[in-house]
Design a protein around this ligand. Structure first.
Ligand code: AMP
Length: 193
């Protein structure tokens, strides 16, 4: 099973992805986590990405797509994967289709977590508090504002793209976490033969 989780920062993609990992034995591919690892390790990509990430801008499409292309080759992806935070632009969606097509694979379902923007700042502030000393450099009000602007302008249009090709399931991301999980499972059951 291969699925995409779509939704703005703070929508709960990471939490739901972790639950899917436990229930379905598939892997979570978070491009944000991969990029943060590259920053920590000081790789050439990490060095390039850090400044963009800290201010809430996107890392270039081709760079992120290459990371995903390499990652999906790994043996742990054979049973499937959850893309969390990728694709984020129309170009990335195109590149993803090319990556998967070259391997004879396709996405089964795209699940969008729909949330009120007004709730997101509070959620991100909570995440920053709970991660204490490990808080993300981009979980600040300024970077969040930028991340939301970027989401609206570049990522939100993907919802219509996936709706057009019949892959989209929208879920109320404002519901309680367990209810969201139940709705995600239902969407998967309807989509995956
Ligand atoms: P996330 O953990 O998904 O919120 O991502 C954190 C940051 O990493 C984003 O604000 C971007 O700077 C960068 N990033 C993560 N995924 C992508 C992507 N698919 N395309 C471009 N930049 C990304």
């Amino acid at each position: 099973m291969r699925l995409i989780l779509l939704g703005p920062p703070g929508a709960g993609k990471g939490t739901q992805a972790q639950r899917l990992v436990e229930r379905h034995g598939i892997v979570q591919l978070s491009t944000g986590d991969m990029l943060r690892a590259a920053v920590r390790e000081g790789t050439p990509i990490g060095l390039r990405a850090k400044e963009l990430m800290d201010r809430g801008d996107l890392v270039p499409d081709e760079v992120v797509a290459q990371i995903v292309a390499d990652r999906v080759e790994a043996p742990d992806c054979v049973r499937g994967f959850i893309l969390d935070g990728f694709p984020r632009t129309e170009r990335q969606a195109e590149l993803l289709e090319e990556i998967l097509a070259s391997k004879g694979l396709k996405i089964d379902v795209v699940i969008e977590l729909v949330v009120d923007e007004s709730a997101l700042l509070g959620r991100i502030e909570k995440r920053a508090r709970e991660s204490a000393g490990n808080a993300r450099a981009d979980d600040t009000p300024e970077a969040l504002k930028k991340r939301l602007d970027v989401y609206r302008a570049q990522t939100a249009p993907l919802s219509a793209h996936y709706e057009r090709i019949g892959l989209l399931k929208k879920i109320d991301g404002m519901a309680a976490m367990d209810e969201v999980t139940a709705a995600v499972e239902e969407a998967i059951a309807e989509s995956v033969a």
